[in-house]
Design a protein. Structure first.
Lengths: 110, 116
């Protein structure tokens, strides 16, 4: 079946670091892929998405590229800020649902 | 403002006392879904609904019920809650879930439930 695996957290970095949050997936075919972000005390918000191989999703300085060769969708940002502290979820579009990874908590210290 | 609302946001209850968590969306979405979020497990789907009067089980439906009598509402019912249902619950909705464009799912703010 479909599954998503994210890197273990938590991840703690200083401002202006260059984080990468790894995400790999197992799926039949080439499903759409998503990154959702959950800020403290809030629900999930769509951060970015890619609907086919080699697509790059981007938003708020974050980027992720749909790599079918490595079945990966790693999240990257050039320079983080304290306000990027959140839990990040990688997900794929399955049948009648999103399939989520376990989430990665990112903490950015000033 | 387009949104998904849930009530209550926080609830502490005792084993066996029936409860309902409400979910409402104002976007005329056909598809709605309930997820629970547990540490280390991400979000897992409980139930979903493709449209009014059409519901089906997700990955973890045991101990839950749902109904979809109106398009905007999708309540989650725990008829006899147990401590293993202590979790953070999210309702979500999207335009549809068929083939074609990948519609965004909009999530509610979450309901933190504790069953003692």
């Amino acid at each position: 079946g479909n599954s998503v695996t994210q890197m273990e957290g938590p991840v703690t970095l200083s401002e202006e670091a260059f984080p990468t949050i790894n995400c790999t997936y197992t799926a039949t075919g080439y499903p759409s892929l998503f990154w959702y972000v959950q800020y403290p005390g809030e629900g999930l918000q769509l951060l970015l998405k890619a609907t086919k191989a080699d697509d790059k999703g981007s938003n708020k300085g974050f980027e992720a590229t749909y790599r079918k060769e490595t079945t990966s969708f790693h999240l990257e940002k050039g320079s983080v800020q304290v306000s990027d502290s959140a839990v990040y979820f990688c997900a794929l579009r399955g049948a009648q649902k999103l399939v989520f990874g376990q989430g990665t908590r990112l903490t950015i210290n000033p | 403002e387009a949104q998904v609302t849930q009530n209550p946001r926080y609830l502490i209850t005792v084993t066996g006392k029936k409860l309902t968590v409400t979910c409402s969306q104002n976007m005329n979405h056909e598809y709605m879904s309930w997820y629970r979020q547990d540490p280390g497990l991400g979000l897992r789907q409980i139930y979903y609904s493709m449209n009014v009067e059409v519901t089906d089980k997700g990955d973890v439906p045991e101990g839950y019920k749902v109904s979809r009598k109106e398009k905007r509402n999708f309540p989650l019912i725990l008829e006899s809650p147990s401590p293993n249902q202590t979790s953070l619950y999210f309702c979500a909705s999207s335009t549809s879930w068929g083939r074609g464009p990948s519609y965004e799912q909009y999530f509610g703010p979450g309901t933190r439930l504790t069953v003692t």
